[in-house]
Design a protein around this ligand. Structure first.
Ligand SMILES: C[S@@+](CC[C@H](N)C(=O)[O-])C[C@H]1O[C@@H](n2cnc3c(N)ncnc32)[C@H](O)[C@@H]1O
Length: 366
C-alpha cells in the first residue's frame, strides 16, 4: 500500500478533529455539478463527505489515515439512521442535552463491534461535550473558552458577538468591544507556536508553516467578526460558546437531514491514504482534499499532486484549503489545471471556517 509522508510522524491513535472545521457550503459550491459522478473526500470527522452527498453523486469514496477519524464518520452514519434530527444535534453537541449517553447507546448498537467499543469508551466525554466535542482540536478550543476567554471578555460581550448587525455595525462592535488590548494579548499567548504545538496540533504539522500563528489568527478573526456575519457562523459560535446557535454546519441542518440519511449508502469508506486510492486506477470527478497538502513537504506535495491528476477525470475539480503554509498547483504541472480564480475569490470571502489563509479550486483541463 502507498505510504503517506505524514504517516510516520504524527500519532493517530485518538480523535484529532471530532467535527469538521472546514466550511461545507463553500466546498460543495466549489465542486460544482457532480450529480451521478464519483467523488473522493478526506474523512476527518466525516461531516463534509456527508455534505457532498447533497451534490447527488453516484458515490463518495472516503479515505483517512486515521482509524479514529473513520470512526467519527461511522458514528454519524449510524446516527442519521437511528436518531431524529433533534436527537442528532443533541448527541453531536450542537444543542445542550442531558441524555447523550442514552442516545449514544442507541446509535452504537448499529455499529460494528470495534467501532462500538471505541465510542463506548468515550461515553463520558460524549455526555459532557457532545460527540462533536471530543477531539484534540475541540479540547484546545475548550481550554481557550474555559480558562482564557473569561479573563478577557464578559459573558455579555461574548453573547453580543452573535447579535446580527450590518457590516458597519460589526466593525464598530469589533473596534469598541471585541478587539481590546487584552484580547490581542490573549491571541499572542494562546496561538504561539509553542502552545499550539503542545495542545492543538502535532509539532510535525508546523514543519512547513510560515509566519506567526497568532498574526494569522488575528487577521482571520477580522474576517469572521467583521467581513462575514458571526450570527451565521456555526464555527465561531462553537469556539466561543461550546455549542452551535441558530446556524449549523451544512450536514447538520434540518433541511439536509433526510437527504443525507437516504444517500449514506453511497459513501464508500476506504481506511488508508489518499495515495492508496490514487493507485487503484479509478478516476474521480471531484476531490475534497481538506488541508492535507500543508502537512507535506513541497517535494512530496508535488509528487502527490501529480498522482492525483492521474486519478482525475477531465474537468475534475481539486478543492483544498491552506491554513498557514502556501500550497497551489506546482509550477511544472500548472498547464494541466485551470485555477478558478473568480469562484475562489467569491467563496473565500464567504468562508465561515475562518482560520484558513487560502482556499483553492483547480480544474483539470478537459
Ligand atoms: C488534514 S486533517 C485537517 C482537518 C481539518 N482541518 C478539519 O477541519 O477537520 C484531515 C484528515 O486528513 C487525514 N490525512 C492527512 N493526510 C492524509 C493522506 N495523505 N491520506 C489520507 N488522509 C490523510 C488526517 O488523518 C485527518 O483526519
Amino acid at each position: 500500500m502507498a505510504k503517506s509522508e505524514i504517516e510516520g510522524k504524527a500519532a493517530f491513535d485518538h480523535i484529532r478533529y471530532a467535527q469538521l472545521w472546514e466550511d461545507a457550503d463553500i466546498l460543495t459550491a466549489a465542486l460544482g455539478d457532480c450529480s451521478g459522478q464519483t467523488l473522493v473526500s478526506i474523512c476527518a470527522a466525516g461531516d463534509n463527505a456527508l455534505a457532498m452527498l447533497l451534490l447527488d453523486p453516484a458515490k463518495v469514496v472516503v479515505v483517512d489515515l486515521s482509524p479514529a477519524q473513520i470512526a467519527c464518520l461511522k458514528l454519524r452514519i449510524a446516527a442519521y439512521a437511528t436518531l431524529t434530527h433533534a436527537e442528532f444535534l443533541e448527541l453531536m453537541g450542537a444543542r445542550p442535552s442531558a441524555r447523550r449517553k442514552a442516545l449514544l447507546a442507541r446509535v452504537v448498537a448499529a455499529l460494528d463491534p470495534e467501532t462500538r467499543a471505541f465510542w463506548t469508551a468515550l461515553a463520558t466525554d460524549v455526555a459532557r461535550f457532545g460527540a462533536g466535542g471530543v477531539g484534540k482540536f475541540e479540547r484546545y478550543f475548550r481550554i481557550f473558552r474555559t480558562w482564557f476567554l473569561p479573563l478577557v471578555h464578559s459573558r455579555a460581550t461574548l453573547d453580543a458577538i452573535f447579535v446580527p448587525r450590518d457590516r458597519h455595525g460589526r466593525q464598530a462592535f469589533f473596534d469598541t468591544r471585541f478587539n481590546t488590548w487584552r484580547w490581542r494579548a490573549l491571541l499572542n499567548v494562546f496561538f504561539s507556536r509553542f502552545v499550539m504545538g503542545r495542545m492543538g496540533r502535532d509539532k510535525a504539522f508546523f514543519d512547513h508553516v510560515e509566519g506567526s500563528p497568532a498574526q494569522h489568527v488575528a487577521r482571520r478573526i477580522h474576517h469572521a467578526a467583521v467581513q462575514t456575519d458571526p450570527s451565521e457562523n456555526p464555527y465561531l459560535h462553537w469556539i466561543i460558546t461550546g455549542t452551535h446557535g441558530a446556524a449549523l454546519p451544512m450536514a447538520w441542518r434540518a433541511e439536509n437531514y433526510d437527504t443525507i440519511r437516504d444517500r449514506c449508502a453511497r459513501i464508500e469508506i476506504r481506511p488508508g491514504s489518499l495515495e492508496a486510492f490514487i493507485n487503484t486506477g479509478e478516476l474521480a470527478h471531484g476531490f475534497n482534499l481538506s488541508d492535507i497538502f500543508e502537512y507535506m513537504s513541497p517535494p512530496v506535495f508535488a509528487q502527490v499532486y501529480e498522482s492525483i491528476l492521474g486519478a482525475a477525470a477531465p474537468n475534475a475539480r481539486l478543492v483544498y484549503w491552506n491554513m498557514m503554509a502556501p500550497r497551489r498547483v506546482p509550477a511544472h504541472l500548472s498547464a494541466r489545471v485551470t485555477r478558478l480564480r473568480d469562484l475562489e475569490d467569491d467563496l473565500k470571502a464567504r468562508d465561515k471556517a475562518f482560520f484558513y489563509s487560502d482556499f483553492v479550486v483547480e480544474e483539470v483541463v478537459g
